[in-house]
Design a protein around this ligand. Structure first.
Ligand code: G
Ligand code: G
Ligand code: G
Ligand code: MN
Ligand code: NA
Length: 249
């Protein structure tokens, strides 16, 4: 009610913004790219969590406009400031199902003069996309354009293995809960076997939620290619990325 009203005016009132979290090579630490994440604040300046406003935006349909706004910003920042080899954006099934979604993406990429492979769309298995024919068609169309399609939060949904059979994802992001369970023998064994499965299928594996050096060392030993987490960088506004680069020179 209140929140859905706020969401309608979020873009025009400047209440919505984007932060970027680095995605790093697990061995060299080199920044490979960034994940873009949406942030929303109320008129009084207080932050509203994505876990609160994203579901509301999905139910009211507001996510379509907000999601395209975010992707437009992410592509603009990539072209203007450079965000590495790739910038990713989360997309929900509601967005993928909109018939014109691939067309909007084409328009955004064209307007920014950005190569399609520099954009990755993260789809989450939590939402059962296998049931949604239009969403699957959009994924195929976007792939044909050259846009990367990543599988997010792998291991938390119910459709994970069926999805791997259906789509060849460019990157599979293993949900951070699996890394955080690694202190137990059982948890470690599960992560190792998941990674082995994904690698045997030819997927690039990214593990999320890396917070300690010990976790990073463990993942390096497992042969993980990419990592993301508070250790290698928190999500920050583009100004902070540009500023920290200036400090390096
Ligand atoms: O070492 P330096 O301060 O340049 O590190 C820059 C960033 O890279 C830091 O965020 C740090 O956490 C991360 N980093 C440092 N060493 C490694 C490493 O061996 N592997 C990875 N993946 N990241 C590292
Ligand atoms: O950034 P944070 O960890 O608070 O994000 C919480 C959740 O919100 C994550 O699961 C993330 O995928 C989702 N999220 C963040 N930004 C977007 C967005 O632009 N679109 C969609 N659909 N989900 C997003
Ligand atoms: O579901 P998705 O992967 O899109 O969610 C990304 C969210 O994960 C972001 O909101 C980000 O703030 C959060 N995140 C990123 N790195 C870490 C981490 O190392 N630990 C924890 N707990 N959360 C993280
Ligand atoms: Mn994500
Ligand atoms: Na995730």
């Amino acid at each position: 009610q209140n929140l859905s009203e706020l969401l309608k005016h979020a873009v025009s009132e400047g209440l919505v913004s984007v932060v970027y979290q680095p995605i790093c090579d697990a061995t060299s630490g080199q920044v490979l790219g960034h994940e873009s994440l949406m942030r929303l604040r109320d008129f009084d300046g207080s932050a509203i969590s994505p876990s609160v406003f994203i579901p509301v935006a999905e139910q009211t349909g507001g996510i379509e406009e907000l999601g395209l706004w975010l992707i437009d910003r992410a592509c603009g920042d990539m072209v203007e400031h450079g965000l590495g080899a790739v910038v990713s954006a989360n997309v929900s099934v509601v967005q993928l199902k909109a018939p014109n979604f691939p067309l909007h993406i084409t328009e955004i990429l064209g307007r920014h003069g950005m190569a399609p492979h520099k954009l990755a769309l993260e789809v989450t298995e939590g939402s059962d996309i296998s049931l949604e024919a239009q969403a699957a068609r959009s994924i195929e169309q976007l792939r044909a354009l050259g846009v990367q399609i990543w599988l997010d939060d792998f291991g938390t949904g119910f459709a994970g293995l069926a999805w791997l059979r259906r789509f060849k994802f460019d990157v599979v992001k293993v949900d951070r809960s699996f890394l955080h369970d690694c202190q137990t023998v059982r948890g470690l064994s599960l992560l190792q076997d998941m990674v082995r499965l994904l690698r045997n299928l030819g997927h690039t594996v990214l593990v999320e939620g890396v917070e300690t050096k010990e976790q990073q060392n463990l993942l390096q030993h497992m042969g993980i290619q990419s990592v993301q987490g508070f250790l290698t960088g928190r999500p920050v506004p583009i100004e902070e990325i540009v500023q920290s680069r200036r400090e390096l020179v």
